[in-house]
Design a protein around this ligand. Sequence first.
Ligand SMILES: NC(=O)c1ccc[n+]([C@@H]2O[C@H](COP(=O)([O-])OP(=O)(O)OC[C@H]3O[C@@H](n4cnc5c(N)ncnc54)[C@H](O)[C@@H]3O)[C@@H](O)[C@H]2O)c1
Length: 433
Amino acid sequence: MSQNHKITPSPRLAIIGLGYVGLPLARLFATKFPVVGFDINQKRIDELNAGKDNTLEIEVDVLQKVLVKSPSDANGLFCSANLEDIKDCNYYVVTVPTPVDKNNRPDLTPLYKSSETVGRVLKKGDIVIYESTVYPGVTEEECVPVLERVSGLKFNVDFFAGYSPERINPGDKEHTVEKILKVTAGSTPEIGKKVDDLYKTVITAGTHLAPTIKVAEAAKVIENSQRDINIAFVNELAKIFNLLDINTHDVLEAAGTKWNFLPFKPGLVGGHCIGVDPYYLAQKAQEKGYHPEIILAGRRLNDSMGEYVAAQVVKCMIKKGVTVNGAQLLMLGITFKENCPDVRNTKIVDVIASLKEYGIQVSIYDPWANPAEVKHEYKIESTKEIPNQKFDAVVLGVSHKEFLQLDIPSLQKENSVLYDVKGILGNNVDGKL
Ligand SMILES: NC(=O)c1ccc[n+]([C@@H]2O[C@H](COP(=O)([O-])OP(=O)(O)OC[C@H]3O[C@@H](n4cnc5c(N)ncnc54)[C@H](O)[C@@H]3O)[C@@H](O)[C@H]2O)c1
């Protein structure tokens, strides 16, 4: 008997928020169950119904294969911005953003709003599973009260909750959602088992049922905080070794020969996970009267790296006799990470802003980023075309696969500086992080 038949009643899922996390999950569940993908962004819904995923996570043919024409169709994915279309579902999976505000405080607005949406259609017996990254307590203390208020139903009597953090890595075609072991949890032991069984039907890597929702919430937020702190440590090492005139990458390679040395590399920590989630944990700790030292020190260090990289580039230019003020510089890459079109919270813009303060004119070439989005988010121009000019300096900011094939010298003036933020161009560069 297949896993699907064990779950009663038979799941009809609504995935709330069809972004980098929600769409791959909706597509995956749609191979086994009827799924309605719900999003407030009508443009996103129209594009998805036409088989187009602008996040480039799901290939056109893979998406088209699961799309169905009506929410009442059998297994398959129906995308909609209409509340009516999710009213017959019995599992609601919430995958909306969890950003921070300008003071780096958690902004739970999308979670409150999407919980209101679900509350309007919630029925007896339904299970609402949150996947968004949060601090421990958000599901039961922040979202559930909204569900109760809007639906008039009672938690753990009429309806139930679950939490299953997402661990995908956008742009990574190897570790796709079904291949990453998934942590699950429920608001009662019985619901935990039910949530776990649901994910087991599609996650081939298996699941780990955590004892409580708070444990599962905490597990996710520390995964990303651990990464942030480890990167901050190697960023600090890079600053020290630059002062000592030692190649950081050589040091890391040598130290990495010990069995328990962790293989982190220095870099810019952007995006809306690693650079954001530690603030969620810090906020909760502060609420309870504990001021986290290591977590916030890591954040401060990583947030300062853009300015540091710019200063390093300028030093290289001065050493080579390149006039800094008015120099033409090419930035290779603007997205927050390689082989992914996401430009949100990219730290390359910190490097660019700093370079501009030195009077440097920066051009940006990124074959992945949408120039309209870059303009909208940061008011700066970028291009998807290789520039037809030569520059006083070139900075490799993001390791998109296209840059590994790029003839960089053809973009450089004589005596031009080449700086490698990602440490992928070997030793034939003027500087690297
Ligand atoms: N992107 C990642 O690498 C990643 C990995 C693991 C976990 N996460 C976490 O998953 C969550 C979602 O992240 P994402 O990258 O998919 O975000 P995203 O911005 O790509 O997508 C979120 C989607 O939710 C929609 N949305 C916003 N408010 C809504 C509402 N009230 N109702 C319905 N839809 C709404 C948006 O229109 C958007 O399409 C976040 O908590 C994030 O921290 C992200």
